[in-house]
Ligand binder design. Structure first.
Ligand SMILES: [Mn+2]
Length: 322
């Protein structure tokens, strides 16, 4: 890798000037979306908190994509990767279904070029748009493709509501799967017993949802969780991963609509995310619920950027062994 940017703009950050080696950061390798792209990953924003508003939550997640990009672009890169910037889909007129449909169109285009979309939310209503994009891409193949939906979240987000919102996306996905004669395979990590009603646990049971409670996700259990996840992933064709930042402890991730009093530690989330990202089956991922208005020192945005980095670039642990 070269630091020569052809005189356009110096690579790295101002503090990097004078270094001998590579100071490349995400901002230096991020390319505008290229319709002829083949492989790699793309960053795609979903600037919406319409679902949070409808769910009576604290709005502000529409600013999530910009806040995550701002942190992501500064992170250093240690290996060559193809990373595209696919822009934002916004919901500014209250038409959430329309925005989810536009997101789905974009995702289907990326998947059609074998590019992994890493979608930056936005409220968790992003999840229905994400899955809709995968369904659009698969078309008639949806029913015959074994798709595992993995969600890191304190909540099931399986609510019944008059209008779709940030608490309903996985129920909507279940209904879409039923309408298309596809199996609904939904695995949740970090569910809080005290953040979901009995009705929701019953619906999860009726839908055959697999889940681990936050209290079961201790550091001492992580090897068992990884093994369970590896086995579960081995039996499917494709994975859609969703990460709701409110799965993290409130003290670590204050910038969300509904902070978790307990939550699951970041080190455990990252270990499991790395398992999924390196499975060879991860088709697309999203990171939801960052609300920059409620954040503290951009801490939640920094965590979101770390997770987006792992999904778009990969864990960089192997670098040490080169
Ligand atoms: Mn959620």
């Amino acid at each position: 890798m070269s630091n020569d940017r052809n005189g356009i703009e110096p690579a790295g950050l101002p503090g990097d000037q004078g270094e001998d080696g590579s100071v490349l950061r995400i901002k230096d390798i991020l390319r505008p979306w290229d319709p002829a792209a083949q492989g790699g990953s793309a960053i795609l924003g979903f600037a919406s908190d319409e679902g949070v508003r409808r769910n009576h939550g604290r709005t502000g997640a529409a600013g999530g994509p910009a806040a995550i990009r701002n942190m992501l672009k500064r992170l250093p890169v240690h290996r060559q990767v193809s990373l595209y910037e696919a822009g934002d889909v916004a919901c500014t007129d209250g038409d959430l279904g329309g925005a989810q449909g536009r997101l789905a169109e974009q995702i289907a285009v990326l998947l059609g070029r074998d590019v992994r979309p890493v979608v930056l939310g936005g409220g968790h209503e992003v999840a229905y748009g994400s899955f809709l994009g995968l369904a659009k891409h698969l078309g008639d193949q949806l029913a015959s493709t074994s798709v595992l939906v993995v969600n890191f979240d304190a909540h099931f987000d399986l609510r019944q509501a008059a209008h779709p919102n940030s608490g309903t996306p996985f129920r909507q996905i279940a209904e879409l799967c039923a309408a298309r004669a596809a199996a609904f395979q939904y695995l949740c990590f970090g569910i809080s017993e005290l953040a979901n009603t009995s009705a929701l646990f019953e619906r999860a049971g009726a839908l055959g949802v697999e889940y681990l409670l936050d209290e079961e996700m201790r550091a001492t259990a992580v090897e068992g969780l990884r093994e369970m996840l590896r086995k579960r992933m081995a039996s499917v064709d494709k994975i859609y991963l969703s990460i709701d930042l409110d799965v993290l402890p409130a003290g670590m991730a204050p910038g969300v609509s509904a902070p978790a009093a307990r939550g699951v530690a970041l080190e455990i989330i990252e270990d499991l995310v790395d398992e999924i990202a390196s499975s060879g089956k991860l088709a697309l991922a999203d990171i939801a619920e960052l609300n920059p208005l409620l954040d503290r020192d951009d801490q939640t945005a920094r965590i979101a950027a770390r997770l987006a980095y792992r999904l778009a670039v990969g864990p960089q642990r192997a670098w040490r062994h080169k």
